[in-house]
Design a protein around this ligand. Structure first.
Ligand SMILES: [Zn+2]
Length: 200
């Protein structure tokens, strides 16, 4: 009995804390400064802190690690560069930013969202060739939902966020440009795969 409890505790711990690769983390001091200014302009909140209200899933539109999310200092003429919280490829998870800090991963929701990028070329590559990545992402999402007391209803695709429609995603906002934008990201089949798996 004792051994069983110890094993259960051990596996529970492993489940609650997926192993993140921290070697590609953004330097936090400069990031916090820049994302505070970004948040002030776009959301009217001069704050780097994130209290996550939802999780947004993306694909990278590439087949190798997206170094731009680690290295670039600006995007569209504005600092900071793009960066999600996590990048998932196969069984690996890189944490680029801690989930308590705002990222720049999805226009219109960076003040409320945890952003997760899955390495994959396009919607069909994602669902046909990247099941391992989708499975790892599902585990990561499950852990984050528990940790921040969210539910599967709080998981969106970047495509849904881009509609800039509060009936689709109640948190969307942007003070610079609130117009909808259109993209396939990460694709309906991959979203369904993750959400179905979360429900089991
Ligand atoms: Zn995206």
């Amino acid at each position: 009995m004792r051994i069983f409890l110890a094993l259960a505790a051990l596996s529970g711990l492993a489940w609650a804390q997926p192993r993140y690769d921290m070697t590609r983390t953004r330097p936090l001091e400069s990031w916090k400064r820049q994302i505070t200014e970004y948040s002030r302009r776009h959301y009217g909140e001069a704050d780097w802190r994130l209290q996550p209200r939802c999780i947004v899933l993306h694909y990278t539109a590439g087949t190798s690690f997206p170094w731009n999310l680690v290295n670039e200092q600006s995007f569209a003429g504005e600092a900071p560069g793009l960066a999600s919280h996590y990048v998932v490829d196969g069984a690996r998870i890189w944490q680029l930013l801690p989930p308590e800090v705002r990222s720049r991963g999805a226009y219109g929701i960076n003040h409320r969202a945890i952003n997760i990028e899955m390495v994959g070329a396009d919607a069909s590559d994602m669902i046909n060739n990247r099941k391992r990545t989708l499975d790892t992402t599902t585990g990561l999402v499950r852990e984050l939902l528990e940790r921040f007391q969210l539910t599967a209803k709080d998981v969106y695709s970047h495509q849904q966020v881009g509609q800039m429609n509060r009936r689709v995603c109640p948190w969307v906002l942007d003070l610079v440009n609130g117009e909808p934008y259109s993209k396939v990201d990460p694709g309906a089949a991959s979203m369904r795969y993750v959400l179905d798996k979360l429900a089991r």
